[in-house]
Design a protein around this ligand. Structure first.
Ligand code: PHE
Length: 336
């Protein structure tokens, strides 16, 4: 009987056949079960030996089944590998693979990093989720300061000690992180995402800024002006750029200015376009970072990356930047 069963297993030519063989042999109504039923009809003294031999046959047959099944599965896999093999040497059909495009913000981000790198700036980074202390307090914006209201801040739920995290409303906390982590001379830019609860054609709840910070012993406003002018000429790819520095106010700079560029730079003479805020770093901010304002001074600026992307590439709706519309990206994106 054992030979007969083993032969039926060896004869199974595919996985379906092996499954049928398994049911015929080991199934509830299979040959082994049949044998076990005859056990009760045997004289008591023969039962033990008979049961044992049936169990041994069952074990050997099961083993043979498994082995046959494994070998058939191996064959099936090899067969599939042969049939489904892709010829990677075939040329790609035109249009079969969509070309990736570089998002205008990524493009402008890279352009800025490159221009400032040429001027000796290193790139610094900070987290999008920031402490209230770094986003505001250390920047000379204490709790209850009216400037907090202007920021339309996204707050997290307060922690048990009363402190709360925020989505950073500007890249200025990276100034603080940098000054806390390294001694002057400091010359960094910090590009990244920032968040404010605001949405219309020129505002989105998430947008991008690039921060600049220079701290040394003799840094002055002339340096600030030179850096910004050089940047604008390089970025807008023009030989001359008109810039207007208007007195303004930020708690973390003194004096503070907003900077407009003459729209000639983008082919629209006669207009002024605001592109950034800047100023000399406030002595309180230096002190908050353990720097002696008698010894060190410097400047900072914060520029809207999306804004200068819109100006340079003539885009009008900021919301389209982040809508994830592929047609928009195909149209305005840059080739890789
Ligand atoms: N953080 C300011 C803003 O978001 C910009 C700024 C940066 C101004 C650095 C001065 C110095 O509006």
């Amino acid at each position: 009987l054992e030979q007969e069963l083993l032969a039926s297993i060896a004869a199974a030519g595919d996985l379906a056949a092996i499954e049928q063989a398994r049911i015929a042999v080991l199934g509830k109504k299979g040959r082994i079960a049949e044998l076990m039923q005859t056990l009760g009809t045997l004289p008591a003294e023969q039962r033990k030996g008979f049961g044992q031999s049936v169990n041994e046959i069952k074990a050997r047959v099961s083993e043979a089944l498994e082995a046959r099944k494994a070998s058939l599965e191996g064959d099936a896999l090899s067969q599939r590998l042969v049939n489904e093999r892709a010829d990677v040497t075939l040329p790609v059909r035109p249009g079969a693979v969509a070309d990736g495009r570089i998002h205008p913000v990524s493009q402008v981000y890279d352009e800025c990093v490159e221009i400032f790198a040429d001027m000796g700036f290193a790139v610094a980074e900070g987290p999008d989720i920031e402490t209230d202390d770094l986003n505001f307090t250390k920047l000379n914006i204490p709790p209850e300061h009216p400037a907090r209201q202007e920021h339309d801040t996204f707050y997290f739920r307060p922690k048990e000690d009363g402190s709360r995290l925020v989505l950073r409303t500007h890249t200025s906390p990276v100034q603080i992180r940098t000054m806390l982590a390294q001694k002057p001379p400091i010359r960094i830019i910090a590009p990244g995402r920032v968040y404010r609860s605001d949405s219309d054609q020129t505002h989105t709840p998430m947008f991008h800024q690039i921060e600049g910070l220079v701290i040394d012993e003799t840094t002055h406003m002339g340096h600030l002006k030179w850096v910004l002018e050089e940047f604008c000429k390089a970025f807008f790819e023009v030989d001359e750029v008109k810039m207007r520095f208007r007195a303004s106010h930020f708690p973390f700079t003194e004096p503070s200015m907003e900077v407009d560029i003459g729209a000639e730079a983008i082919g629209k003479p006669g207009q002024w376009l605001e592109i950034l805020g800047c100023g000399m770093v406030h002595p309180n901010v230096l002190r908050n970072c353990g720097l002696d304002p008698e010894k060190y001074q410097g400047f900072a600026f914060g520029m809207g990356l999306d804004r200068i992307a819109m100006l340079k590439y003539g885009l009008t709706d900021l919301r389209a930047f982040f809508s994830g519309d592929l047609r928009w990206l195909r149209h305005y994106g840059f080739s890789v």
